[in-house]
Design a protein around this ligand. Structure first.
Ligand code: CTP
Ligand code: CA
Length: 221
């Protein structure tokens, strides 16, 4: 019944979803990354498709198959993910990716050798904020929605993040200690300018559908 409710409501719209981790090269054989599995983003992409949207999924490295009927653009690094996201001009963007916050300023040309102290010489720079860049672009999508991965004070931190990044809404989730990263379940809070709603603890697929129903409501405002 819920599915039927959502069905077709996003027909004619193009949605962009970022998902998964990014990998930041240290040298030809090593990288820095995080525990994101991509499951939440892939579930959202599938739910948007089920609601009739055309969906582009910009994905960091995951073990997941691309859901049917979705165009996947595979990337590795945050800089590649930024370029891939900026290459589309969607009606809405949901930033689900766990973008690495830092990257080595330059990947070493050759494998770093132990005992030479090379690792201490790696110079780290902050990656661009992809969702904030899209939200602040001249051709901003009508809807820009982010996630907030927090290990403490999830709701308060997420509220501040939503405003700082210029987002229409943000989904707060608590990560760490086996929560969210890699699991099939999640607990999400939807936060927008009006307040926040607990979407509850549920399988990611179920939460993705609840999220898409919210988006449809938002789009009607
Ligand atoms: N995000 C992004 N580009 C980045 C970092 C984050 O697009 N370089 C997006 C994520 O996809 C997510 C939102 O921003 O939708 C929040 O990510 P999060 O890691 O929680 O926020 P940060 O701004 O990186 O803050 P911090 O990790 O320091 O809490
Ligand atoms: Ca971060």
């Amino acid at each position: 019944v819920e599915r039927a409710l959502v069905s077709g409501q996003l027909a004619g719209q193009h949605w962009l979803v970022s998902a998964g981790p990014t990998r930041e090269a240290i040298d030809p054989v090593r990288y820095v990354s995080n525990h994101s599995s991509g499951k939440m983003g892939y579930a959202i992409a599938a739910a948007l498709r089920d609601a009739g949207a055309q969906v582009t999924l910009v994905s960091g490295p995951t073990t997941l198959d691309c859901p049917d009927g979705i165009e996947r653009v595979a990337v590795n690094s945050a800089l590649e993910m930024l370029a891939a996201c900026q290459a589309v001009n969607p009606d809405g963007f949901i930033a689900c990716a766990a973008v690495a916050d830092f990257r080595p300023a330059m990947a070493a040309e050759h494998k770093l050798k132990k005992g030479q102290g090379d690792l201490n010489d790696v110079h780290w720079v902050e990656n661009p904020d992809i969702v904030a860049a899209v939200a602040g672009a001249k051709r901003r999508p009508r809807w820009v929605i982010g996630f907030a991965a927090e290990t403490e004070n999830a709701i308060d931190n997420a509220r501040a993040k939503r405003i700082r990044k210029g987002l229409d809404a943000i989904l707060a989730n608590t990560v760490g200690d086996n929560q969210a990263f890699g699991t099939d379940d999640n607990h999400l809070h939807w936060i927008d300018a009006h307040g926040d709603t607990d979407l509850g603890h549920a399988p990611k697929r179920v939460l993705a559908e609840a999220l898409v129903r919210r988006i449809i409501d938002l789009a009607k405002e």
